[in-house]
Design a protein. Structure first.
Length: 76
């Protein structure tokens, strides 16, 4: 349930901001991708280029704040 809500929230953000890219990965089917990103539970949200990472559901306003901060974080 929370996975679908996070996917919906991320896709809404991407629809509102064309510079935002969203990748949705079924880690139960692609375990190697999940392991490479250190995913231990679902949903896991990783914002790049910053080091913002969440496990579980994130309320919309909190998500938006971190999308903006990830956007202004310089790449490492």
């Amino acid at each position: 349930m929370f996975c679908a809500q996070m996917v919906h929230l991320a896709l809404q953000a991407a629809a509102a901001q064309p510079l935002l890219a969203v990748k949705v990965i079924q880690v139960d089917q692609f375990t190697d991708v999940g392991m490479a990103h250190g995913v231990l539970g679902v949903p896991t949200t990783i914002m790049e280029p910053g080091l913002v990472r969440f496990s579980g559901f994130i309320p919309g306003p909190y998500f938006a704040t971190h999308v903006l901060s990830a956007a202004i974080t310089p790449p490492r």
